[in-house]
Design a protein around this ligand. Structure first.
Ligand code: ATP
Ligand code: MG
Length: 188
């Protein structure tokens, strides 16, 4: 991402339950652990938001207020207890998430995050690419995609179909998650 000047990475998968949110959280923490880096984790899974739950956050203000009530984005930023990591949590599923993600409000928000926080890498947690049009709606605003594939969860056809949907944006990496074979023989 550094080499290409990319600052916004979207995390998605073909289908549900692949581990996108776990990967997005761990990636954001890892980036923030590097001294020269600040990470912003944005929960744009407006269907099954879970970043706040996984991190044990229950903030008064969230992305729901920013997107639906015009609250300033700075008021929704939460520090979850890791240095240089800031989270923008979503607390409730939104009505018509695809439309919301395609709206000028979201374009403005991501533009603002790029401009106001120029030193930050933004990690965006998203729904599955095949679930609806949410990911397609957001793709124009991200620099690259991290593709999480749950071992035994998505079929080859689903993986290919999802990759076709994501083909307009550079793929920065693939995570094969939940692969039990990796740990079956610890020695090798
Ligand atoms: N590497 C892993 N090993 C074991 N369990 C995992 C791993 N990654 C994720 N999980 C578990 O799998 C479940 C789904 O993970 P997660 O919520 O991150 O997936 P998701 O792709 O974000 O799901 P959703 O489609 O609902 O957004 C959770 O219970 C999580 O704890
Ligand atoms: Mg998730």
């Amino acid at each position: 991402m550094d080499e290409n000047g990319w600052r916004v990475v979207a995390v998605t998968s073909p289908t549900l339950d692949s581990g996108k949110t776990v990967v997005a959280i761990n990636l954001a923490i890892s980036i923030a652990q590097r001294l020269q880096r600040t990470a912003l984790l944005l929960d744009f899974d407006l269907r099954r938001p879970s970043v706040a739950k996984y991190l044990g956050l229950s903030p008064k203000v969230s992305l729901n207020d920013v997107l639906q009530r015009g609250v300033d984005v700075a008021d929704a930023m939460v520090n979850p207890g890791f240095e240089r990591l800031v989270v923008l949590p979503t607390l409730q599923a939104a009505d018509r998430p695809s439309e919301l993600l395609a709206s000028p409000r979201v374009a403005d928000l991501l533009g603002e995050l790029r401009d106001r926080y120029a030193d930050r890498v933004v990690v965006v947690d998203l729904p599955p690419a095949l679930a609806a049009d949410d990911v397609l709606a957001l793709l124009p605003h991200v620099d690259c995609v991290l593709f999480v594939v749950g071992s035994g969860i998505s079929s080859e056809k689903e993986i290919e179909a999802a990759q076709r949907r994501l083909s307009k944006v550079p793929l920065v990496g693939v995570v094969l998650n939940k692969d039990a074979s990796v740990v079956t023989n610890a020695y090798y």
